[in-house]
Design a protein around this ligand. Structure first.
Ligand code: NAP
Length: 284
């Protein structure tokens, strides 16, 4: 059977992404033999062709795409419409092309994160949450947590103004929630936090054994420490928290669930999550 439905991954770089292995495994698992997921590297500025790449999806008859670093915000002006979630977050990680050829932007990062918490039997609703970082993923996660009913979030970031920006954009829509901001060092003032989430890029292999917080910051057995990074599987931060007895979770589940939600948007079918996780682990 020939390939009829092509889905792509727009980003830079994309050659090491686990998404192609994970999504192609999902297509196979559900017998979607005419679907194929391919990397679509689109270079960054000053010579970025992101506009041509996004508009080219329609011209080439591509049925959907994921969008990753650094283009999640840059694609916005070229899309015909956005889901409410993508609109609120101000970034897109999934594009679907509807029957009329309209490019619709979605964001599945935040819900992917919540789905992974649910899979780990964690309900953040009544929790005090600390988000480390204030980039695109922090924005998606903060919005998803607030939408899920979480009412106490502290955003700590190296650049405090970016944490303030996130708090400012969501305060009006979630009037009952307390959203505080500060710099990373203020983690010392949040000893009663239930869930601490690292959304900074500190912990990626390129950052060596650095942590987003000082090594004299300690955790307790009752705390959950989540790191969005999944490669390495245990960042120095997670190892440090585990040594203190905290429960640790890495970002692989979030990756799988955001991919599963994107898969469902494109194919209108429920994604085979377990097979996708197996493929993601194998691709790492
Ligand atoms: P981003 O928008 O570029 O934000 C990066 C964040 O890291 C910012 O808060 C930045 O602080 C902080 N940061 C970077 N270098 C730092 C340093 N040396 N010291 C202190 N803070 C530093 O990136 P993103 O899209 O949010 O992604 C962040 C991480 O999440 C990446 O590791 C990415 O791989 C991971 N991620 C995982 C998933 C998943 O599915 N598991 C999904 C999305 C992202 P400033 O604002 O001060 O620059």
């Amino acid at each position: 059977m020939g390939i009829k439905n092509i889905v792509g991954l727009i980003g830079w770089p994309v050659s090491h992404s686990v998404s192609p292995g994970m999504q192609n495994r999902a297509f196979l698992e559900l017998g979607c033999h005419d679907w194929l997921y391919v990397p679509m590297p689109v270079a960054t500025s000053p010579n970025s062709r992101i506009k041509e790449a996004v508009l080219g999806l329609r011209a080439l008859g591509i049925v959907g795409a994921n969008v990753t670093v650094p283009h999640k915000e840059a694609v916005l002006p070229y899309l015909d419409d956005l889901s409410d979630m993508a609109k609120a977050i101000g970034a897109v990680n999934t594009i679907a092309i509807d029957n009329e050829g309209r490019l619709i932007g979605h964001n599945t990062d935040g819900l992917g994160f919540i789905s992974d918490l649910v899979e780990h039997d964690v309900d953040p609703k009544g929790m005090q949450v600390v988000v480390l970082g204030a980039g695109g993923s922090a924005r998606a996660i903060t919005y998803a947590l607030l939408s899920h009913g979480c009412q106490n979030i502290t955003i700590l970031n190296r650049t405090k103004s970016k944490a303030n920006d996130i708090a400012f954009s969501f305060r009006d829509s979630f009037k009952n929630a307390i959203i505080k901001t500060d710099t990373l060092a203020a983690i010392k003032d949040t000893p009663s936090a239930d869930l601490i989430i690292n959304t900074t890029s500190i912990g990626l292999k390129s950052t060596g054994d650095q942590m987003p917080v000082d090594k004299d910051v300690h955790f307790t057995k009752s705390q959950i420490v989540y790191d969005l990074i999944y490669n390495p599987k245990m960042t120095t931060f997670l190892k440090h928290a585990a040594k203190d007895g905290a429960r640790t979770i890495n970002g692989l589940g979030m990756l799988v669930h955001q991919g599963a939600l994107a898969f469902a948007i494109w194919t209108k079918q429920k994604a085979p999550v377990a097979a996708m996780k197996e493929a993601a682990l194998a691709a790492l």
